[in-house]
Design a protein around this ligand. Structure first.
Ligand code: PLP
Length: 232
């Protein structure tokens, strides 16, 4: 009977009621943080990060009114979102290999992790073949961590200019994941200043644990997984 046990506990975690309640609590956190910062809560988009959670969890979130989702892996995103209903938007937020660029361009509404010239080449080529180009964010490695994806700080200015020159207004903004153990606030402020310097409207920053600090620094898009869907 281990199958049954696993299934019923899973349903408990991802059922409509629990996901709906968790979504309401996250939306309330966003509203409170925006209000504290003197910002309009409607200026902050909630991206529900459903990676490793099943289609049923996504369906429960959609039923609760959620329309924007984030996934890390192109293949997993395809199995869960290729046939998404109109109005449901998919952001790809994981490190992207160049050999997955074509699938990513076909599938995504937004690719948040453009972080190197070779990937820009691959996306441009894929866009030409597919006849579509998603919105793009440049991911910045704000902590300059060796193991982490993102363009290093020192190269960010130049890379953003190159991406803008190549993709024009499809470049919407910047994304970051600050170092796990550090105070994220200075990293969020740095990203906000960089976006402002380039006149970019979108700032994807803030997750389950630090969305308040991100909204205080000007985030327009928080990517929240655990606080909505539970532990992975
Ligand atoms: C998994 C993930 C998130 C969500 O993180 P939580 O702490 O579960 O909210 C946000 N952004 C990226 C890039 C992720 O990989």
């Amino acid at each position: 009977m281990p199958d049954t046990t696993a299934r019923s506990s899973h349903t408990g975690e991802t059922g409509v009621t629990s996901v709906g309640g968790a979504l309401a609590r996250v939306r309330a956190r966003i509203a409170a943080a925006a209000s504290t910062a003197g910002r309009d809560p409607a200026a902050v988009t909630l991206v529900a990060v459903s990676k490793f959670h099943p289609r049923e969890a996504v369906a429960a979130a959609i039923a609760a009114g959620q329309s924007v989702f984030g996934e890390n892996r192109v293949q997993e995103a395809g199995t869960k979102f290729a046939d998404r209903p109109p109005g449901v938007r998919l952001h790809l937020i994981g490190a992207l290999q160049t050999n997955k660029a074509r699938d990513a361009v076909r599938l995504a509404d937004v690719i948040e992790t453009l972080d190197r010239p070779r990937l820009a080449d691959a996306i441009a080529e894929a866009a030409e073949r597919e006849g579509r180009l998603p919105d793009l964010l440049v991911q910045v490695n704000v902590g300059d961590e060796t193991q982490k994806a993102g363009i290093p700080r020192a190269d960010a200015d130049r890379f953003v200019r190159d991406v803008r020159a190549r993709f024009g207004a499809r470049l919407r903004g910047l994304m970051c994941i600050p170092p796990a153990e550090a105070d994220p606030a200075p990293h969020f402020r740095y990203l906000a200043e960089l976006a402002a310097a380039h006149g970019l409207p979108v700032l994807s920053m803030g997750m389950s644990g630090d969305l308040e600090a991100a909204i205080a620094a000007g985030s327009t898009e928080v990517r929240v997984g655990t606080a909505i869907f539970g532990a992975r």
